[in-house]
Design a binder for this molecule. Structure first.
Ligand code: CP
Ligand code: NVA
Length: 306
């Protein structure tokens, strides 16, 4: 069904909704898929840290009867010990697919061009497509209807925000984004989402005012203010983003029953308060769980055994 999984924007509308439907099936009937990837091996290149992504790919592969091999940043030292080109040309001789978490998005595109095996984007500075697929599955699971749904994203216009914009565009949802000036999402991704929205009915609203963004929202989403690789900007960003914290008073401006969402890891007390992330409205652990189910579908689609 898929050659690679690099961005949500690359998926057809059919592929996007099929992944969500199959995730429902696999989550409900995981026993049926126990040996579907028997004998298959996934290499996982990590150039940044991870808990959820590593665990869900590894556990997912094991549950499907395959295996996953973890390559830490210090194992591969891509770019220092050898080039990404040579890493890819070696790995494709031994394994069936490669998952990569890296910095430059171009690395994933290059790897997909140079390797004969499927490549999965497990986060770049630009996109985090596995996360947004799991998030939209979670929303569908909780609400059923993604069309009459408003997602408000508050914080940095980063990789997670970009993939959510692409997912909202495919799903036909409403999405508002509030960022500090200068931290808006990438204009090209915004344009793609708006263009696609003309076909699906999705609509987008961008502002620098968090209160305005969460008005009438069905879910409020945030992410860290300084992403992996931006640690040196942490203090500067903490000041600039202070009024973008998702706290009880901001949640009170959304719909009464609005969900709280976060890709995790969270910096409690910064972008979100304990009161919000630990509240009954919080879906953060459901989102994390659903990474497992959605990625099993992605791996089955790439490795051709469904
Ligand atoms: N949400 C997510 O990708 O978490 P990790 O960085 O722990 O993998
Ligand atoms: N925006 C965050 C997401 C972590 C899952 C980062 O890139 O560090």
């Amino acid at each position: 069904m898929l050659d690679n999984f690099i961005s949500i924007h690359d998926l057809t509308l059919y592929q996007f909704s099929k992944i969500l439907d199959l995730t429902r099936e696999i989550k409900d009937n995981s026993h049926r898929y126990r040996n579907k990837l028997k004998g298959k091996i996934l290499a996982m290149i990590f150039q940044k840290p991870s808990l959820r992504t590593r665990m869900t790919f590894e556990v997912g592969m094991l549950q499907l009867g395959g295996e996953a091999v973890y390559l830490s940043p210090s194992d591969t030292q891509v770019g220092t010990r050898e080039t990404l080109h040579d890493v890819g040309k070696n790995l494709e001789r031994w394994v069936d697919a490669i998952m990569i978490r890296t910095f430059a998005h171009q690395n994933v595109i290059d790897l997909a061009q140079l390797c004969r095996i499927p490549i999965i984007n497990a986060l770049t500075d630009l996109l985090h497509p596995c996360q947004a697929m799991a998030d939209f599955f979670t929303l569908k699971e909780k609400r059923g209807d993604l069309v009459n749904f408003k997602l408000a994203y508050v914080g940095d216009g980063n990789n997670v925000c970009h993939s959510l914009l692409s997912a909202a565009a495919k799903a036909g949802s409403k999405m508002s984004v509030a960022t500090p000036p200068g931290y808006e999402p990438d204009p090209e991704i915004r344009k793609q989402a708006e263009e696609e929205g003309k076909e699906t009915g999705a609509s987008f609203f961008f502002t620098n005012d968090p209160s305005e963004a969460v008005e009438n929202a069905d879910a409020v989403y945030t992410d860290v203010w300084a992403s992996m690789g931006q640690e040196q900007e942490k203090e500067k960003r903490a000041k600039l983003f202070a009024s973008f914290q998702v706290n009880e008073s901001l949640m009170a401006k959304a719909k009464k029953e609005a969900f709280f969402m976060h890709c995790l890891p969270a910096h409690r007390g910064e972008e979100v308060t304990d009161g919000v992330i630990d509240s009954t409205r919080s879906m953060v652990y459901d989102q994390a769980e659903n990474r497992l189910h959605v990625q099993k579908v992605i791996m089955l689609s790439l490795l051709g055994k469904r």
